[in-house]
Design a protein around this ligand. Structure first.
Ligand code: CP
Length: 298
């Protein structure tokens, strides 16, 4: 048994509620330094990241936690032929109090975390899950005073390959918001996801946008398929939106591919607030896992 966040379902509704409050405290600069003995966090990102890694690093600084950001590239012993799983195990041997990791869907890495009983936070795992992104997104509307139950979130784009979308499907069931999807052909949610998470799958773009109060745009995950799949799928335009729509995007955003470049800084966009809130939400999670850890995986 050990403390970990792999899926949003690993924490209860009441824990998430206290995390929202804790993130709010961090955002208003209360409780910035957490009391307690010195703790160390290991960041190991085996896929590219800017927002997630940097905001975890900043959250460590803000909470007074020491962190080490492992660089796993040509300068590590991977370049001498050491396997990824052996490199990962080496990192776990360094005995951090908490590991924050990102990787492809590599079950061997999960097994190592379990073998070592290592407290960890999933910072993005293949197409499967990105729980801290779902948390910071929901925190962003919560902080603006929008109750979860009033949210009709339309996720636009490459839903099939998006770990952010799948985490929102799960989180919507816990927090009580509605999710709809609008995707190019073959890029939508699976039938199982539609059934399990009561998704509204739209095919008509106008009706989809009309239904939503939050339009959440995804990046085409071109590393997993071809750009041609998106050739007939237009970027979101400001002209399609009402004045009261909210626009969000997990980033990295591709201007004029995912959405019109100007929408990023439009008054309806919370995109940069999401980035800012990433630090507060991750600080709340560090605080939870390092000082109030609860047990999962009995
Ligand atoms: N949203 C997100 O995970 O961004 P990064 O890949 O830059 O961390």
């Amino acid at each position: 048994m050990h403390n970990a966040l792999f899926l949003v379902d690993d924490l209860s509704y009441s824990t998430w509620q206290s995390l929202f409050q804790s993130a709010l405290n961090f955002s208003s600069k209360k409780d910035l330094k957490v009391e307690g003995r010195q703790k160390s966090v290991g960041l190991i990102f085996l896929e590219p990241s800017s927002r997630t890694k940097w905001s975890f690093a900043k959250a460590c600084l803000d909470t007074g936690v020491s962190y080490y950001d492992a660089t796993v590239d040509g300068t590590s012993s991977l370049s001498k032929g050491e396997s990824l799983v052996d490199t990962f195990e080496l990192f776990l041997n360094l005995s951090f109090d908490l590991v924050v990791f990102r990787s492809s869907s590599d079950q061997q890495l999960l097994k190592k975390l379990s073998d070592y009983q290592m407290p960890f936070i999933n910072a993005g795992f293949g197409s499967e899950a990105h729980p801290t992104q779902a948390f910071l997104d929901a925190f962003t509307w919560f902080e603006k005073g929008i109750p979860h139950e009033d949210v009709r979130m339309l996720i636009i784009g490459d839903v099939a390959h998006s770990r952010v979308a799948s985490s929102h499907f799960r989180f919507s069931k816990i927090m009580g918001y509605q999710v709809g999807t609008l995707s190019p052909p073959n890029m939508g949610p699976s039938g199982e996801q539609i059934r399990n998470y009561d998704l509204n799958e739209f095919s008509d773009r106008k009706s989809a946008i009309e239904w939503a109060n939050i339009v959440y745009v995804l990046r085409a995950q071109k590393e997993r398929h071809g750009k041609e799949d998106f050739e007939s799928f237009d970027p979101l335009s400001g002209n399609e939106l009402r004045k009261d729509h909210i626009v969000m995007h997990p980033g990295p955003f591709m201007r004029n591919e995912d959405l019109e470049g100007g929408l990023v800084h439009d008054s309806r966009s919370l995109i940069f607030q999401q980035k800012k809130n990433g630090v507060f939400c991750r600080a709340a999670l560090l605080s939870h896992f390092l000082w109030e850890g609860r047990e999962i995986w009995n």
